[in-house]
Design a protein around this ligand. Structure first.
Ligand code: BG6
Length: 514
């Protein structure tokens, strides 16, 4: 029986977060998919839990023709379909009053005057002191237009300690390589101060990902072992069962390296590998994460083959049904060599991690949705219990399961009960659901509140976006210098190509079975 969480009055008050401030959330692309599936349900859930600021409103802004009433219906549908908690008929009527809509084209300067008027009216009705969060839930090509228009319309307040705040949230992808990312960042910083910019990476808002810091730095037993002396290697897997779905237009130009590794997975890696920060301060923590990006060993033409594998899913199975290969998906070029799977061997060339390989793999159409970070410790010496060459003892593994079952487990060797001395690996398991008895908030719930509170810890700073691209660009360039139109294939519903197994097996290690 797992130990159940009961609130302890002594620790219940430990809250290192700032409170969200009164504000209006303006969603550019307020009629789109991200808003319907993620943003509006996230706001609803936080409202239901009493976490939103008392003075708060939403203004959806998009091209689709809707009025406030229709927008509330649109939001209700999104909540009914995608919310973590079911729609509460008693709470909804009060909640929906804070939802508003403005229809218009983002490149029309006049609409920004209307936006100003609407904001003034809403702020008057809701007692909001002019604080605004602009969420760009729009295709990357529109970022420049929206950002420049906001500035031109006088909607960006200075960071001077007296003015209400103006903050902007930008979704990935930020660029498609270093050069384009720099351009996006330059546009942002021509119009906003870096303190006002929140580059969202929803992986950083996931509960288990946030728990990495707590696990490492709120316990005394892990940190002394957290280095090359005791750790054999680290594996990060982000596997998805779904295929490209309806996103081929974007994905076929991006591929798994840009889509998952440049952002989500490199950010996970930095949290696992960073040095201990001395204070929960956004810039201190981001400086420490940045240090890791600075130490990534570059991929070069010489080490490329031993460090990088890409592949694309072919026809196969998903939940027992036949599914087409990637090139047969709607919207994908028939001769596409876009990778839907990547495996990497990476090294962090600093004192702590010297010589410790980090094996990374991510892919679509894998057997199941499963994301995990596993820290494999070194084996005990071949003495006492570990003397058999044929059956070596299984080493200790600390596994952080990010999704779908959030939790943490530690594999340890124990003696099998009985008169014989036999060693057996067992798992000490902690599952969020079982211990805390409730579903964790979705990443967007947490991240939106953080922006309202002015806490940028879980957002990407300009330098980290650019360093990640600089590292990724090496691989992209090496791929594009190889003119072949061939890419290894793996059957949909499998764990990737044989080349990925070779990458790790050539080091006498194996991918974990998830
Ligand atoms: C997005 C990628 O950033 O993350 C998608 O663009 C991917 O391709 C998604 O499917 C995965 O997110 P999650 O939270 O479902 O693991």
């Amino acid at each position: 029986m797992p130990e159940q969480y009961t609130e302890n009055p002594l620790t219940a008050g430990i809250n290192i977060k700032h409170a969200p401030q009164p504000c209006t959330l303006v969603i550019f692309g307020g009629g789109g998919d991200l808003t319907r599936r993620k943003l509006l349900p996230a706001i609803y859930n936080q409202g239901l839990e009493g976490e939103l600021p008392a003075n708060f409103a939403v203004l959806g802004f998009a091209i689709e023709a809707m009025d406030d009433e229709e927008y509330r219906k649109f939001a209700r549908k999104g909540v009914e379909e995608f919310s973590r908690q079911p729609l509460d008929a008693n709470y909804w009527p009060g909640f929906e009053r804070c939802l508003h809509y403005l229809q218009g084209s983002f490149d029309n300067p006049d609409i920004y005057n209307k936006l100003k008027e609407r904001l003034a009216e809403i702020e008057g009705n809701f007692g909001i002191p002019g604080n605004r969060v602009f969420y760009l839930a729009i295709p990357p090509a529109l970022i420049e237009t929206c950002v420049c228009q906001l500035k031109a319309a006088g909607l960006v307040m200075p960071v001077d300690g007296n003015s209400p705040f103006s903050r902007i949230i930008v979704e990935k992808p930020i660029g498609k390589d270093l050069e384009s990312a720099r351009k996006v960042n330059a546009t942002l910083s021509d119009n906003f101060d870096e303190q006002q910019i929140y580059r969202i990476d929803h992986y950083l808002g996931k509960e288990t990902v946030q728990n990495i810091l707590a696990m490492r730095f709120a316990n005394s037993i892990f940190e002394p072992l957290w280095n090359s002396k005791y750790i054999d290697h680290v594996q990060i897997t982000v596997a998805e069962a779904e295929g490209v779905g309806t996103r081929a237009g974007y994905y076929d130009k991006a591929g798994a390296l840009r889509d998952m590794i440049q952002n989500h997975i490199l950010q996970l890696l930095t949290l696992i590998a960073m040095e201990p920060p001395w204070i929960m301060d956004a810039d201190v923590i981001r400086d420490h994460r940045q240090d890791i990006l600075n130490c990534l060993r570059p991929i070069t033409a010489e080490n490329f083959d031993q460090h990088v594998v890409r592949a694309q899913y072919g026809p196969g199975f998903h939940h027992g049904e036949d599914v087409p290969g990637y090139r047969r998906e709607n919207g994908v070029a028939q001769d596409s060599i876009t990778e839907t799977f990547v495996a990497l061997k990476m090294f962090i060339d600093n004192w702590r991690w010297s010589g410790v390989p980090f094996y990374i793999r991510t892919g679509k159409r894998m057997p199941k949705r499963a994301s995990e970070i596993a820290i494999q410790f070194k084996s005990v010496p071949p003495i006492l219990f570990n003397t058999s060459h044929d059956v070596p003892l299984e080493p200790n593994v600390l596994a952080l399961s990010i999704q779908p079952n959030e939790g943490l487990s530690l594999r340890i060797a124990t003696k099998l009960p009985g008169v014989k001395l036999k060693i057996f690996p067992v798992k000490m398991d902690f599952r969020y659901g079982a211990t805390f008895g409730e579903q964790s908030p979705e990443a967007y719930e947490r991240l939106l509140l953080d922006v309202m509170a002015g806490d940028a810890t879980l957002f990407m700073r300009r330098d980290s976006v650019e360093s990640s691209w600089a590292w990724i660009d090496n691989i992209l360039n090496l791929w594009s210098s190889n003119r072949t139109r061939w890419i290894p294939e793996y059957a949909a519903g499998t764990w990737g190509p044989i080349e990925a197994d070779r990458l790790i097996e050539s080091d006498n290690r194996q991918w974990r079975m998830l």
